[in-house]
Design a protein around this ligand. Structure first.
Ligand SMILES: Nc1ncnc2c1ncn2[C@@H]1O[C@H](COP(=O)(O)OP(=O)(O)O)[C@@H](O)[C@H]1O
Ligand code: SF4
Ligand SMILES: [Mg+2]
Length: 323
């Protein structure tokens, strides 16, 4: 199948994304036909409980899926380049230097045997074509930007000499070594204390406002996403169930799942004229999804139709009762 026409206004364009593990009888799909665009200069949040498919969607978008995971899509384009038709090397060239990624678990991404500054500089030398001394200066600058104290000295330290929170910030610095068109950050502040978390979010906002860098922010924290993002995509059981402007979250959310997520955060002002049930139960097993709406077992509005037929995303919401 030939790819659909790429919209140049989008830095990332994904259509019909599926992520599957195993094969034959053991095949399990965990992302089921996700359409996700990030426009240039836009901050998009992907939110949902643990296991909803946020990380695998972000990994599929950035060509970082773990081995064993298979990606299918009808469109996958980055910065105007079709990636579906490209081989691994072609994709690396298209993404390298224009994509910053910050995933969880910085220890597995940082080489313990090399100084942090060297690891940062490599990116800048390779993709930014900077000289050794320019790249060293870039590394110090980026460490300063992620609020590492005494960056001139810390640049020579090894990863184990940093605390967990600092390593996470070093990972963010790594994503900023070139000026990316898009930063994909997956739970970038989950391990950090509140002050540092606010600093990191302020940094993402600053980069977005000053450099026009688009951001795809993956988080289970709907309050954080509401504060930082322009647009929010809500995932449940591997599907997008609602998509809306962040400014509409507090009073404009329609999907019962989104409303339950909002209701679980006391600081988000929700429209109290509508019931906001606490979110009981847990998401379904991906290997054993119900035929109808995946949220049915937890939903206060469930009807017989919900159990029999799965609602598609129409006008930003996938729900029989509120669309
Ligand atoms: N390596 C793997 N093998 C099999 N299933 C996996 C693997 N990684 C993740 N999954 C499953 O895929 C689903 C989505 O995972 P993930 O994208 O990590 O969710 P989230 O980031 O929203 O917490 C989960 O049900 C998870 O158990
Ligand atoms: S389709 Fe039905 S079960 Fe699913 S969220 Fe809407 S009302 Fe609830
Ligand atoms: Mg995750």
């Amino acid at each position: 199948m030939s790819p659909e026409v790429v919209n140049a206004a989008n830095v990332l364009e994904l259509r019909g994304l599926r992520v599957t593990f195993g094969s034959g009888r053991h095949e399990v799909s965990v992302v089921h036909g996700v359409d996700l665009n990030v426009a240039r200069g836009e901050i998009v949040g992907v939110v949902g409980e643990s296991g909803s498919g946020k990380t695998l969607t972000a990994m599929a978008a950035t060509d970082l899926l773990p081995s064993g995971a298979r990606r299918d899509a009808t469109t996958w384009a980055f910065d105007g380049t079709d990636l579906l038709g490209a081989d691994h090397k072609g994709r690396a060239v298209a993404l390298g230097g224009k994509l910053g990624v910050v995933f969880q678990d910085p220890m597995s991404s940082l080489n313990p045997a090399r100084r942090v500054g060297t690891q940062l500089s490599d990116t800048s030398r390779f993709w930014g074509r900077r000289s050794r001394s320019e790249a060293h200066g870039d590394a110090v600058d980026r460490l300063r930007r992620v609020r590492i104290a005494a960056p001139e000295r810390r640049v020579d330290d090894y990863p184990h000499e940093f605390s967990g929170g600092m390593r996470q910030r070093v990972m963010i610095a790594m994503g900023l070594m070139v000026t990316p068109a898009l930063i994909v950050a997956d739970e970038p502040t989950t391990a950090l204390d509140v002050t540092v978390q606010a600093d990191v979010m302020a940094l993402l906002r600053e980069l977005n406002e000053e450099e026009g860098t688009a951001v795809l922010l993956v988080s289970h924290n709907i309050a954080l996403v509401a504060e930082v993002c322009h647009r929010v995509v809500v995932m449940y059981a591997g599907r997008i169930v609602e998509e809306l402007a962040a400014s509409d979250l507090a009073i404009g959310a329609r999907h019962p799942y989104t409303r339950a997520l909002i209701g679980s955060v006391p600081t988000l002002d929700a429209d109290l004229s509508q019931p906001l049930p606490a979110i009981g139960g847990s998401p379904p097993d991906p290997a054993n999804l119900p035929v109808g709406c995946a949220f049915a077992d937890r939903c206060p509005l469930v009807t017989d139709r919900c159990r029999a037929e799965r609602p598609e995303l129409v006008d930003g919401v996938a729900c029989w009762e509120v669309s």
